[in-house]
Design a protein around this ligand. Sequence first.
Ligand SMILES: Cc1cc2nc3c(=O)[nH]c(=O)nc-3n(C[C@H](O)[C@H](O)[C@H](O)COP(=O)(O)O)c2cc1C
Ligand code: SF4
Length: 509
Amino acid sequence: MTLRLYVPDDSAARSVGADRVAKALAEEAGKRGAEVEIVRNGSRGMFWLEPLVEVATDRGRIAFGPVKPADAPGLLEAILAGTSHPLALGLTEEISYLKRQQRLTFARIGVIEPLSLSDYQAHDGFQGLAKALAMQPAEIVEEVVASGLRGRGGAGFPTGIKWRTVAGLPSPQKYVVCNADEGDSGTFADRMVMEDDPYMLIEGMTIAGRAVGATKGVIYIRSEYPSAVERMRDAIRLAKAAGHMPDFDLDVRVGAGAYICGEETSLLESVEGKRGVVRAKPPIPAIKGLFGKPSVINNVLSFAAIPWILQHGGKAYADYGMGRSRGTMPLQLAGNLKHGGIFETAFGLTLREVVEDIGGGTISGRSVRAVQVGGPLGAYFPSRLLDTKLDYEAMLAVGGMLGHGGIVVFDDTVDMAAQARFAFAFCAAESCGKCTPCRIGSTRGVETIDKIRLGFERDKNIELVKDLCTVMTDGSLCALGGLTGLPVMSALEHFGEDFGPQPKAVAAE
Ligand SMILES: Cc1cc2nc3c(=O)[nH]c(=O)nc-3n(C[C@H](O)[C@H](O)[C@H](O)COP(=O)(O)O)c2cc1C
Ligand code: SF4
């Protein structure tokens, strides 16, 4: 019987040698004349175990990892002989990191072969679309409203309400736009969806098109994701040819590396072939979006949640989560953490559970000092706030935001004044330049923090930084300038002791 091995074809796994492992396993199988099929699946999202090799057995898949090319001979030998191996991790589904998750969006990821339509269909693929095709467009919208789904790109706006606005506008041309710019530090969930389960995104966008009356869609992908670009283009071609995108066309556009092009109006400018500069709102894109037409713009994860919602019903989705944060969130664990990766769960866990228990604490073995949630514009949490729940409202209540679900951990060696400086510097580098508080304020912020770090008029300059943050928060046109105060002020508030003269380097004698 043919032995089936799974080796991920996901960028994260490939970056640590998955291609070389697949090649080494194929060569070893060839040498032994063993009948081995190597399937390139997606990643299970347990990055510290990548490259994770799985073998199909009667009991389910058994995992081994992290596997190096040099492990291939011994590993194959053990698998063929049915003997134990030091890298064996047992049944994949029983690995506690995976078992503890509630995977709705990521249910297929790491399981299926990304471009196989038959694999997708064998794992519930296109079930949501089939339901949607039997419904009236307005019923689809109301199902999404009932799910309580809120935009997973950062702002958390209710997806169904956005769709209702676009659906209600009479226009011969409307668009569905997917924001796959994924610029936040420590985030990779969009990339995994596109590389590892591309038909899910296509299905979600096709359903959106039917719901709002749009026949055209665009996926805007950052240029740093070449594999996702290629995978999405292939998947669109195959899905279209097989008739899975009725009355709907999709195109992929590639960004050019600007963080601001993740902001929805800049993104639209960029898709239209112009420089990525923020548009003043109103009008909101739902009313006047791509090429001036009503447009639904959603994040990859928002569209990716749609097939499940349509298949199982909005209420079933809303049964997960708490308060006004319904459903599940694919959290992205990164930074100085033992167990980095994807962890999809219903809203409601605390930051401490995620960082200490699920993430296993720091990889350096030192204590956790700060956790940044929500990307480069998110607040820094000190350890005393780690019991905050990871949902939209609870984060807001302590001056933070959940954003796209990125969680970046720092140990006690972090210099928080340097992190505050970085927030200003990041804003200065990425500002579109349209409004003064952001364009000028961010640069003045860098200079003022430098003065504080040199011990120059510390108290006066700290007051100046606070003032600057208030002006940027209140006077910026978009959230890039508007949120830069969040990381800066949280660093000042919780880690004020770092904002002083730096110890001078002592010259060796
Ligand atoms: C500076 C800036 C960068 C942003 N980057 C992204 C991004 O990379 N991906 C994303 O989905 N949303 C991003 N957003 C949020 C979008 O403007 C918008 O809210 C989102 O695409 C709406 O989709 P959603 O409702 O599904 O979240 C960004 C916003 C700002 C202000
Ligand atoms: S806040 Fe910054 S990025 Fe946003 S519109 Fe103003 S200048 Fe552009």
